[in-house]
Design a protein around this ligand. Structure first.
Ligand SMILES: [Zn+2]
Length: 262
């Protein structure tokens, strides 16, 4: 089957070219450097330059829910109302990332005016809706997880993952669409407690599935796992003087409000 991974591996054929090569990525976990070298047939003396990947202005929040008691659409609507009450979203954009097309369609249909983007949209409408969202004609974008890659809108104040992302790298990328204007933003993950969660580690856990599960279940600062995986050094919100995650700010009105959503 042709997948993103299959196509990516085809790049390794470039390594036979006798020219200088520079690889640039924002999301290569320290623990996957060796695998990357192997996949790209890079020599051991390849120079690696790393910068910290912290997103200091994003506040990470996780809310568990059961479909017996709540539906994602009602949680999303309640979260937006909560943040609006705190004037957190004034003039700022929202991205809602869904694991599949049918859920994205269902949410968009019930949410009211919003843009929608996924691979099954009629010809031309996907690009048009994305343009309208970028230009501010819509506040909300509902999309599948592909939208998490490389979107650079300056004023996204809230990114919501509706269970689940494709692993920790995908979650970091998706939530990293927020706070690009330098202001505080929220990365909110609705975790379906009825689902089995991320699979345990496979031989090549390139998506960091097991790390995503640890991140969901941790009782400690969420940044510890993000920084440990991405930068090889576990650092908390306090260590980094970053806006606190939900665990580091239990008394924050937004943290308290999100805990009451379910
Ligand atoms: Zn924290």
């Amino acid at each position: 089957m042709q997948t993103f991974r299959t196509k990516f591996q085809a790049l390794s054929q470039l390594t036979v070219l006798d020219v200088q090569k520079v690889f640039i990525t924002g999301t290569l976990p320290v623990g996957l450097e060796e695998a990357f070298f192997r996949e790209m047939s890079l020599p051991s003396h390849t120079i690696v330059l790393r910068a910290p990947s912290h997103q200091l202005n994003i506040s990470y929040h996780i809310v568990g829910y059961s479909k017996k008691n709540s539906e994602p659409i009602s949680l999303i609507s309640a979260a937006i109302r909560l943040l609006n009450r705190h004037h957190f979203l004034d003039g700022r954009k929202i991205i809602i990332l869904c694991p599949n097309i049918s859920l994205a369609d269902r949410i968009a249909n019930r949410l009211g005016p919003c843009a929608i983007s996924h691979s099954n949209r009629p010809e031309g409408t996907k690009d048009e809706k994305e343009r309208l969202w970028f230009e501010g004609h819509y506040d909300i974008m509902v999309a599948t997880n592909g939208f998490s890659q490389g979107v650079d809108a300056p004023n996204v104040g809230l990114v919501i993952y509706v269970d689940h992302g494709y692993g920790l790298i995908n979650i970091i990328q998706g939530m990293g669409r927020a706070a690009r204007d330098g202001n505080r933003a929220i990365g909110l993950y609705f975790r379906n407690l009825d689902a089995s969660g991320y699979p345990t580690k496979s031989h090549n856990d390139y998506e960091c599935l097991e790390d995503a599960q640890r991140w969901l279940e941790t009782k400690q600062c969420r940044r510890l796992i993000l920084s440990e995986v991405m930068d090889g050094r576990a650092q908390s919100c306090t260590d980094l003087d970053a806006v606190p995650c939900d665990i580091c700010s239990p008394d924050d009105p937004i943290t308290q409000g999100t805990k009451l959503l379910f």
